[in-house]
Design a protein around this ligand. Structure first.
Ligand SMILES: Nc1ncnc2c1ncn2[C@@H]1O[C@H](COP(=O)(O)OP(=O)(O)O)[C@@H](O)[C@H]1O
Ligand SMILES: [Mg+2]
Length: 290
């Protein structure tokens, strides 16, 4: 790793803008994987080449990065992690937010092992989520049960409540490909904090996240992307005017009153503003049933 410079990053907010020069790095991915694996497993240099074997495959390629599933075999049990290599400008904000979630033990956000800025790349080693993305899960042809939608929805509101209230950022890119499932598909975690932005006092865009979670709820309930997902007017009120429950929500004969109440609340039907994540968690009866 002597060809690349490592920058000690400040793991505390406020978030920083990227440096001006974002030319591609010459860092070798293979070297990066080894370096990160050593750090995660606390393996010394010599021991690495003798006792450690690893294999990897690409599990996701988004707009800004590549995610690899890496299986590491040592004389202990094999360890599986996910290593994302992204542009500096993405990771510079993603790493500190994931670090905060880790410190506060927020289980609704994907768990960080190690995050580093290496050369002009951001490298994020995180827990591997074997259940894949919510997008893939729903695509397999299922509309999810109300019970599952409620459980997954609650996970997302808890994640976003933490981001808004404790970190002071909006996620900015919530959709079904950034929601990951556990092996048994019983809970979800919010991933891809690459678009996180500090909440500006004068322009709080928390409603973007709330709106997008609403669209994820509709995606799970209807089994298809909601047209409301494409409504992204920066004016909150204009966006809310576009909501027509008859057209956008599941028909009342197939949805429970509690779920329709949640959707009405989420999309601010009959309200002046979209509620906060905390208000939704408090007021949606479906989240508070025993
Ligand atoms: N921790 C993880 N476990 C399993 N798959 C993941 C994990 N993180 C990301 N992925 C996969 O990689 C894709 C891209 O990752 P993401 O963080 O969303 O990057 P991008 O900014 O490029 O969209 C995801 O949609 C998902 O398919
Ligand atoms: Mg993504």
């Amino acid at each position: 790793m002597d060809t690349v410079s490592e920058e000690e990053i400040d793991l505390w907010l406020p978030l920083r803008p990227p440096p001006p020069n974002e030319s591609p790095s010459s860092s070798d991915d293979e070297e990066i994987i080894q370096e990160i694996v050593k750090e995660v497993l606390a393996i010394q240099g010599e021991q690495f080449t003798q006792d450690v074997h690893y294999s990897w495959e690409i599990v996701g390629e988004g707009r800004f990065g590549v995610c690899k599933k890496v299986i590491v075999t040592t004389n202990r049990d094999p360890v599986t992690v996910c290593i994302k290599t992204a542009k500096y400008s993405q990771g510079v904000n993603e790493i500190p937010v994931l670090q905060r979630a880790k410190e506060r033990n927020i289980t609704q956000i994907v768990g960080l092992h190690v995050g580093k800025l290496i050369g002009r790349k951001a490298v994020i080693c995180m827990e591997y989520m074997p259940g894949g993305t919510l997008k893939e899960y729903v695509k397999e042809g299922r509309r999810l049960s109300e019970e599952t939608c409620t459980a997954f929805g609650k996970d997302l509101f808890l994640a976003v409540k933490f981001l808004h209230e404790e970190v002071g950022v909006i996620h900015g890119d919530i959709h079904a490909s950034n929601v990951l499932l556990d092996e048994h598909r019983t809970y979800v975690k919010l991933a891809d904090l690459g678009s996180a932005q500090a909440i500006q006092e004068d322009r709080p865009r928390c409603f973007d996240d709330i709106w997008q979670i609403g669209c994820v709820l509709l995606f799970m309930l209807n089994g298809a992307t909601s047209l409301l997902f494409y409504e992204n007017d920066p004016d909150e009120e204009k966006r809310m005017e576009a909501v027509n429950p008859e057209e956008h929500f599941p028909p009342s004969r197939s949805a429970s009153r509690e779920v329709l109440k949640l959707l009405n609340l989420n999309f601010g039907v009959g309200r002046k503003q979209l509620p906060s994540a905390a208000e939704i968690l408090r007021d949606a009866t479906i989240f508070n049933q025993k």
